[in-house]
Design a protein around this ligand. Structure first.
Ligand code: PRE
Length: 122
């Protein structure tokens, strides 16, 4: 097994706690499913929210999925002028046998523009 990093991002329609938790849960689920992972394969998860998102901690959404024994950290993304608003980003470190080229990064709900070289969703 090798440790690999997987990136993901999603955008919200509005800053509401329920919506933030729903979009973050969707993102985490897609990251696991597309990479054939279970929560046992996850080492740690780093989550950020843009400065316009203050309604909830995205880590709560991950714990609500039953991923409770994984260290997480939430932080605020840099408020670069003109950057895409209302974005939750995720970086998970996982154990996997997949080569780096086969790791599937997940950019949902209008965030493919952030890394169109990595993103599959169009
Ligand atoms: O991948 C993203 O979500 C981006 O917005 C791109 C990028 C980058 O330049 O690599 C920029 C800012 C984020 O902190 C993470 C990565």
């Amino acid at each position: 097994m090798t440790v690999r990093a997987i990136r993901g991002a999603t955008q919200l329609d509005a800053d509401e706690a329920e919506h933030l938790l729903e979009r973050t849960a969707e993102l985490m689920t897609e990251v696991l499913d597309r990479n054939d992972l279970t929560s046992d394969d996850v080492i740690s998860i780093f989550l950020t929210a843009t400065p316009d998102l203050r309604s909830a901690f995205p880590a709560v959404a991950v714990r609500n999925l039953g991923i409770t024994d994984v260290p997480m950290m939430c932080a605020q993304e840099i408020g670069v002028p003109g950057a895409l608003p209302r974005v939750v980003r995720l970086m998970a470190h996982v154990e996997t046998d997949r080569p780096r080229a086969d790791i599937r990064h997940v950019y949902l709900h209008g965030t493919t523009v952030l890394r169109d070289d990595l993103a599959e969703d169009r």
